[in-house]
Design a protein around this ligand. Structure first.
Ligand code: GLC
Length: 538
């Protein structure tokens, strides 16, 4: 297996809109990122993944780009970007951008041209049809919208303001490749590539026995035959020519399929984000989510990738609720469960990603009123389901659990005005727990979640076996214990995380030296609620 800089790195994901506002408009900005670089460097972060900061009307908070080569007004200017990049590099860190290639905003000049007439040269840059397929959009409602001026429908897998580009047209593809090269030449170090498995579509109807107006059509728009050809071309034309790192967001890809995606021989990306682990939890399974299913999925990915490919390791991102509130216990065992979950995923083989706020154990938001939510997916979900008669209370219960806004409330820096996020009125309400849950409080506390993350990052960098060692599942007879060993060149480390709120019998069967733990006092023969330990084995 090749050793590379990005395999040894720790990545921190910034949702800049909610990170740090310096202009006072209530929206985080690039100067805010620059201001907090010392914080990240001090934590041990090597790479920053910045969510979209391109010009955008922000229907989906930047995942609707109206100019790929400009900065959105709320976030600053290109000079701010250049300064941020320089400051990142001067600290020895790197920057990866979020590339949104499946769709543009309906405010992109390309789409203005495309919809201006049927014979416009850019008409074919998007997908137009006389008769739409019967697909539902991923964010609810129909996937096609009628344009009365030119009398045709255009395709949008997400909102009607996120218009799908026509990847079948080589002009579109090469224009995007040029844009990507432009950013690389500016100095960025890689990309997280958004919604990458939707580029190819199978334009046929879904079976519709109930005669609905539109139906979910995941298989017609995800990992469709021919997708890999597009990805291969992009790799050969762009990615492969530079020393950058690429991570594709690849829903529905299973461990046994990883070869064509990320293997050293034929992969199109260095890593992908799969959702399989997170799919072990959803609203219905909330009550009976179990560690066993998580172990089964993550272990399969560890084994399938070993020696041929490289995993991305993540718990949270801007699209998921906070894990301390879902898989953990954000009440009685807040600190313990945040750290046990951290150890569980962070020390496997792969490159770990931390999502802003995760390192201080930020929790889901207690918003009770639908008006407090800002996310377009959440709002559409509410609207379409109300239209179909689902009761308000039932919807609110689901929304509180799954809304993406759970992860999008402002970063909690201190206990002062707006948690130190902004001097102005924040674009989305703060989580009121910022009074006690914030960076400043944890920086001063040796036992805090933040201090634990720093120790974990330090450990990972101190032991080669935590980087390149093979992962082997251990302690198979303890259902709520996620334990594994890492082994490399005569070094063996064991990570044990008890992911439940009871106590369980457990004893280390080998001789080992304790490297890290989340309890100050512990007993040899049991694990306490959400206890985690890391041992160097003899
Ligand atoms: C990805 C992004 C998500 C966005 C969607 C559409 O899944 O992570 O935030 O809404 O793509 O671009």
């Amino acid at each position: 297996m090749k050793k590379t800089w990005w395999k040894e790195a720790v990545v921190y994901q910034i949702y800049a809109r909610s990170f740090k506002d310096t202009s006072g408009d209530g929206i985080g900005d690039l100067n805010g990122v620059t201001e907090k670089l010392d914080y990240l460097q001090n934590m041990g972060i090597d790479i920053i993944w910045l969510c979209p900061m391109y010009k955008s009307p922000n229907v989906d908070n930047g995942y609707d780009v109206s100019d790929y080569r400009a900065i959105m007004d709320e976030m600053g200017t290109m000079e701010d970007f250049d300064r941020m990049l320089k400051e990142i590099h001067s600290r020895g860190m790197k920057l990866i951008l979020d590339l949104v290639l499946n769709h543009t905003s309906d405010q992109h000049p390309w789409f203005h041209e495309s919809k201006s007439s049927r014979d416009n040269p850019k008409r074919d840059w998007y997908v137009w049809r006389d008769k739409p397929t019967n697909w539902e959009s991923i964010f609810g409602g129909p996937a096609w919208t009628f344009d009365p001026k030119t009398n045709q429908y255009y395709l949008h897998l997400y909102t009607k303001n996120q218009v799908d580009l026509n990847w079948e047209n080589p002009e579109v593809r090469y224009e995007l490749y040029d844009m990507i090269k432009w950013w690389i030449e500016k100095g960025v170090d890689g990309f997280r590539v958004d919604a990458i498995n939707h580029l190819k579509k199978d334009y046929t109807d879904m079976p519709n026995p109930e005669g609905k107006n539109y139906v979910p059509a995941w298989e017609k728009m995800t990992n469709v035959e021919g997708l890999q050809d597009f990805l291969e071309e992009m790799r050969d034309e762009v990615f492969e020519k530079y020393d950058i790192v690429t991570v594709g967001e690849a829903n529905s890809v299973k461990a046994h399929e990883l070869s064509e995606w990320i293997s050293e021989d034929e992969g199109k990306f260095d890593m992908i984000f799969h959702l399989e682990a997170h799919e072990t939890w959803d609203t219905d399974k909330d009550a009976d989510w179990n560690v066993g299913s998580l172990k089964e999925v993550l272990d399969r990915w560890q084994r399938s990738a070993h020696g041929i490919a490289w995993n991305s390791l993540y718990l949270e991102n801007h699209d998921r609720p906070r894990t301390v509130s879902t898989w953990g216990d954000d009440q009685e065992f807040w600190q313990e469960s945040a750290t046990a979950l951290a150890c569980m995923y962070f020390l496997m083989q792969g490159t770990p990603f931390i999502y802003q706020g995760q390192e201080i154990g930020m929790t889901n938001v207690p918003f009770d009123d639908i008006k407090m939510f800002r996310d377009v997916e959440t709002k559409n979900f509410y609207r379409y389901n109300r239209m179909h008669g689902v009761p308000h209370e039932e919807l609110m219960e689901t929304i509180k659990k799954i809304s993406r806004d759970n992860a999008r409330t402002p970063m909690q820096w201190n206990d002062r005005k707006n948690a130190g996020f902004s001097e102005g009125e924040p674009w989305i309400s703060l989580n009121p727990n910022y009074k006690w849950l914030n960076v400043e409080a944890q920086e001063m506390d040796e036992q805090s979640i933040l201090s634990f993350y720093k120790k974990m990052i330090f450990l990972r960098k101190s032991y080669k076996c935590l980087l390149y060692g093979e992962t082997e599942l251990a302690e198979l007879d303890c259902p709520d214990v996620y334990a594994y060993t890492r082994e490399f060149e005569n070094q063996r480390i064991m990570v044990v995380s008890h992911l439940d709120s009871d106590e369980c019998k457990w004893a280390l069967r080998a001789k080992g030296q304790l490297l890290l733990s989340n309890y100050q006092h512990f007993e040899e023969r049991k694990l306490q609620p959400f206890e985690t330990r890391v041992y160097l084995l003899e």
